[in-house]
Design a protein around this ligand. Structure first.
Ligand SMILES: [Zn+2]
Length: 470
């Protein structure tokens, strides 16, 4: 997925040296302040107590629920207590849905229960449940190519395994089944969709998550199946007899309702109208406490801003922490934020987001005009001692950030080690015990270097041309 790093770095140096006007180098004084901030973060930053507070005092906070409302109140209170200059909310509209029970069991030939979870916004089964034969597909493409006759009236079972990787790159291919599977099943006349969980663990937890629900004419119930239960079903099917499963699900879809993006600012001393956005998402799935996804990210960006607010003077530009609402159900808060802020798009000098758990940062990616690569090189001088390598220049900055990057906003990406992230992602097992305080300190140390230097530098970063050097 990624080019070898050496080639990439070589290319950076060659181009910047030969043909491109260099950006104004960052003054030594700023680099020294950034270094002090970095070392302070390593020694004493306390993002952990923020994520602890969020998971204990709020817990699950799926968009549009009571937990979400409490999270919005929590975030405002917390930002005020951390010394932000300005704290406010912006309302967004979100689709709402209630999760009821979800039961699944094999009724023949070898009756036994299965551990499942409704995918986000799944419809219910008829009262009393439905029973149907399983038809297995290796992936969603195979389901899409199946004849309706093969599928009609049956439960389509997508049995694709996800590869584990530090970059999390197995997620992209595996998540196709979740996003497109229900629609494909519905269009072929299936009774329901069962999906091997999009995850890398072998725990008996199912991984929920969003699917595409818009314009599906006759949606069918859609469930994730825990990995061990997917193995069980696979083994039963191998014995050659028809396997019948009973599903009983009770969910409810409601009209749209309000949620909020929560915003806190450290106001710039010279160019307050120019802002760098550092983001995370406040909402979570509803079965865990959202410690990794994305309580850790919330804590990292809030603690970063707190450290910068402690400096004797404000940075040149405004540092704006945006805790996006309703990320999990389709980047809803980010899209509505962009629409509401198009008038100031040219003043958003850069964006970055923390939304990949609580592992250590190991790579620094960017999306900058070529003429600004040496700014990133200077940041690297302070990031390298944290064990961070220089990566590529095609970063999207994170899921919510991607909508801003598509509109030409430069981005930074501090890439975390995601080896274990998809063991817990969207499960009841996404809880605080997975978060290590020392890893969060390393994260904050990197974030504070990047955020301080970007808000303090004299030049800005320009806009991203449609064709960039990657
Ligand atoms: Zn997330």
């Amino acid at each position: 997925m990624f080019k070898p790093l050496l080639t990439l770095t070589g290319a950076f140096i060659a181009t910047t040296a030969i043909s491109i006007a260099q950006a104004k180098p960052l003054p030594q004084e700023d680099l020294s302040v950034a270094e002090v901030l970095r070392d302070r973060a390593l020694a004493s930053s306390d993002a952990y107590s923020i994520v602890e507070s969020l998971t204990v005092e709020v817990g699950p906070r799926r968009a549009g629920t009571e937990g979400d409302r409490r999270a919005v109140a929590w975030a405002q209170e917390k930002m005020k207590s951390l010394g932000f200059d300005r704290v406010y909310t912006e309302q967004i509209e979100v689709p709402r849905w209630t999760r009821g029970h979800a039961h699944a069991q094999v009724v023949s030939p070898y009756p036994q229960p299965l551990v499942v979870s409704s995918l986000g916004y799944s419809v219910a089964t008829p009262k009393g449940g439905l029973t149907a034969e399983i038809v297995e597909f290796p992936d969603v493409e195979a389901l899409l190519q199946a004849s309706p006759k093969q599928v009609k009236g049956k439960i389509a079972f997508i049995n694709k395994r996800m590869e584990k990787a530090r970059t999390g790159e197995g997620y992209g291919p595996a998540v196709q089944g979740r996003s497109k599977g229900m629609r494909a099943a519905a269009e072929k006349g299936a009774a329901a969709l069962l999906l091997r969980s999009v995850g890398t663990d072998s725990d008996r937890f199912a991984h929920t998550g969003m699917m595409s629900i818009n314009d599906v004419e006759n949606p069918v119930p859609a469930l994730a199946l825990s990995a061990p239960d997917a193995n069980l079903l696979e083994a039963m099917l191998k014995r050659g007899k028809p396997v019948e499963v009973k599903l009983d699900i009770d969910n409810q879809r409601h009209s749209d309702g309000p949620s909020f993006n929560v915003i806190g600012e450290i106001t710039g001393r010279e160019k307050p109208e120019e802002v760098m956005i550092i983001g995370a998402h406040l909402d979570s799935w509803d079965e865990g406490t959202g410690a990794l996804d994305d309580g850790a990210g919330v804590a990292i960006v809030m603690e970063t801003a707190r450290l910068i607010a402690e400096l004797p003077k404000r940075p040149r530009r405004t540092l704006r922490v945006v805790l996006f609402g309703a990320e999990e159900i389709g980047l809803v808060g980010a899209k509505q934020y962009l629409d509401a802020h198009r008038h100031e798009l040219d003043n958003i000098i850069a964006i970055s987001e923390s939304d990949f758990g609580a592992g250590k940062i190991w790579r620094f990616d960017t999306r900058l005009p070529e003429s600004k690569f040496d700014i990133a090189d200077q940041m690297m001088q302070l990031l390298a001692p944290l064990g961070i390598e220089r990566g590529h220049n095609k970063s999207y900055g994170g899921p919510d950030s991607s909508v801003f990057v598509a509109a030409g906003v430069p981005a930074f990406g501090l890439y975390q080690d995601g080896t274990d992230y998809f063991d817990y992602h969207h499960t009841p097992n996404d809880t605080l015990d997975k978060v290590k305080p020392e890893n969060l300190r390393q994260n904050v140390a990197a974030w504070v270097v990047m955020s301080f230097l970007a808000t303090e530098m004299e030049d800005n970063l320009g806009r991203i041309p449609s064709k960039i050097k990657e």
